[in-house]
Design a protein around this ligand. Structure first.
Ligand code: R1P
Ligand code: URA
Length: 239
């Protein structure tokens, strides 16, 4: 059943969806890792592909950037396409010098200043949480694959570019709560999963450090995430 933002037919999207922000990352993942792959939606150039990974049907769909965008796509996937699990696979900026560019992080809690939850369902909480079961599966898979995975609380922000005074207030919160890194979608994704009784997780690759200034360029951000993608795919076929 099509929606205003997704032209896939019923049954064309798998029960587990990998969700990068960038449509070109979705295309790269589909072309690199999936067999018998089909582009099932390209509304607004937000690509959604379904294919086979090691014989299991998996979809990969972009979310766009920010809470309103992932809010729409993830809601429709859960509610109208009966998707059970969404694993976000994003890039993030490190808040600590313990994280280096290309390190992979699994969010085990997410703090946000966003009013997404309040606007969506009068939920005033500033913390949201992933599915325990999905996170356990991802951690077990990382162990089996011998991949390094850092887990902890992260920041999901509505803003990429902050002015200095806002940044000072934010840094206080980051330090107090020990937030590891920042991205811009997981809070809305986890909220939607909670209100719709579905599962969500968020894997991130560090693309830049807000401590050291080290960063990946835009081309690398589209494709340098093989470690995270392979972990997400292996976890997706195990759930
Ligand atoms: O690489 P993606 O998944 O888009 O994630 C991060 O990158 C974008 C900002 O550059 C935001 O969407 C942020 O969450
Ligand atoms: O949201 C993001 C993503 C990557 N790097 C950042 O600084 N912020």
């Amino acid at each position: 059943m099509a929606t205003p933002h997704n032209r896939a037919a019923n049954g064309e999207i798998a029960k587990t969806v990998l969700m990068p922000g960038d449509p070109l990352r979705a295309k790269w993942i589909a072309e690199t890792y999936l067999a018998d792959v089909q582009l099932v939606s390209d509304v607004r150039n937000v690509y959604c592909y379904t294919g086979q990974y090691k014989g299991v049907t998996v979809s990969v769909m972009a979310s766009g950037m920010g809470m309103p965008s992932i809010g729409i796509y993830s809601y429709e996937l859960y509610k109208f396409y009966d998707v059970e699990n969404i694993i976000r696979i994003g890039s993030a900026g490190a808040y600590t010098d313990k994280l280096k560019v290309l390190d992979v992080v699994l969010a085990d809690a997410v703090w946000s200043e966003s009013t997404y939850g309040q606007a969506q369902s009068l939920d005033m909480k500033n913390w949201q949480y992933p599915s325990e079961e999905l996170n356990r599966q991802i951690k077990d898979t990382a162990l089996k694959m011998n991949k390094k995975l850092v887990s902890g609380p992260i920041h999901s922000s509505d803003v990429f570019y902050h002015e200095a005074d806002a940044n000072d207030v934010l840094r206080k919160m980051v330090d107090e709560e020990g937030l590891l890194c920042v991205e811009m979608e997981s809070f809305a994704l986890f909220h939607n999963a909670e209100v719709l009784g579905r599962n969500a997780a968020c894997l991130l690759t560090i693309s830049d450090s807000l401590v050291t200034g080290e960063e990946l360029d835009a081309d690398a951000r589209a494709t340098a995430f093989a470690e995270m993608v392979e972990l997400a795919l292996e976890a997706a076929i195990a759930v």
